[in-house]
Design a binder for this molecule. Structure first.
Ligand code: NAD
Length: 278
């Protein structure tokens, strides 16, 4: 199996372009899923305070025998903890749960612009503290629209290293991805498989048959060729293995375009301008 490429972030740190997401993975299933993934060569795990499984992610990494420095861990600030003191407490709790004195990447999970008087800027400045004191090696945001990002650029010192947004063949987010590209913000594509909704698509199915891969592999490869970072979720050992087995083939430019053309501007998740985090 060919190695997972690294992406260079705007602060000079690197992140593996592929990993495992653990949204909706029950705490009781998390150690097993992460252990399986690490054994299959995954070196990047995406969790969040809100997923309730940070502790189990940390346990799986600890028991893997891998050095902490060999596994890239991301977590995210909960929507209820945006006030600076709450964010400081929440961040301490994340490090304690993961069992590490640092995290590779810490994100504001949602901008929640209808709360906190629309002030995600103070929250971002608090993440800047974590970056400056070295406990967050990189900081970023999630579900930020270009107008949210513009405010951080104008009012803050450290630009986000990543923006983690919903991206899949039915929601290609070309405008937000272009903005991020112009501002050296790496894009992380959440729900890369549209939580399974794109896997029965006839175009994807026909490309998969032609190249001799599964629909999930074709969609994940499409993300990789567009340059985004992905971490599909699965607890099934067979699918965990299948999903990382995408680094020994390529899609033609035509196939990438055919998949991009499936865009319906169809969000599966909430609208970041309206979502209040509950
Ligand atoms: P996903 O697109 O990764 O889909 C996961 C679902 O697809 C699984 O439940 C499984 O049913 C199916 N699946 C996975 N591999 C498959 C395969 N090989 N064949 C067939 N079906 C397969 O959706 P997701 O979990 O929502 O997104 C991935 C990760 O993104 C999450 O786990 C989380 O880490 C992150 N995420 C972040 C946000 C955010 O707001 N920042 C929101 C949602 C998800």
């Amino acid at each position: 199996m060919t190695a997972v490429p690294d992406i260079m972030l705007n602060n000079g740190n690197t992140i593996p372009q592929f990993g495992l997401g653990v949204f909706l993975v029950e705490p009781k299933d998390t150690v097993q899923a992460v252990t399986t993934a690490l054994a299959d060569g995954y070196r990047h795990i995406d969790t969040a305070e809100g997923y309730g499984n940070e502790r189990e992610v940390g346990q799986a990494v600890a028991k893997s025998g891998l050095d902490r420095g060999d596994v890239y861990i991301t977590s995210k600030l909960d929507n209820d903890s945006h006030l600076p003191d709450d964010a400081r407490r929440a961040f301490d709790a994340t490090l304690e749960a993961i069992g590490s004195d640092y995290i590779d990447l810490f994100l504001i999970h949602w901008p929640v612009p209808t709360r906190y008087d629309g002030d995600y800027v103070s929250t971002w400045r608090t993440l800047e503290e974590f970056y400056r004191d070295g406990r967050a090696r990189s900081i970023g945001v999630s579900n930020f629209q270009p107008h949210h990002l513009r405010r951080l650029h104008t009012e803050c010192e450290i630009p986000p290293a990543v923006n983690q947004i919903e991206v899949h063949p039915y929601f290609t987010q070309d405008d937000v991805r272009a903005f991020c590209g112009e501002h050296q913000i790496a894009v992380e594509a959440w729900a890369p498989l549209a939580q399974g909704a794109v896997l029965g698509d006839p175009t994807i199915d026909s490309i998969a048959r032609r190249v001799g891969r599964t629909p999930a592999q074709v969609v994940l490869r499409w993300h990789i060729e567009r340059g985004d970072i992905v971490f599909p979720k699965s607890v099934s050992p067979a699918r965990i293995r299948e999903n990382i087995d995408i680094f020994d083939f390529e899609l033609s430019g035509e196939d990438v375009e055919a998949i991009s053309a499936l865009n319906r501007n169809e969000r599966g998740g909430p609208d970041p301008d309206k979502f209040d985090g509950s």
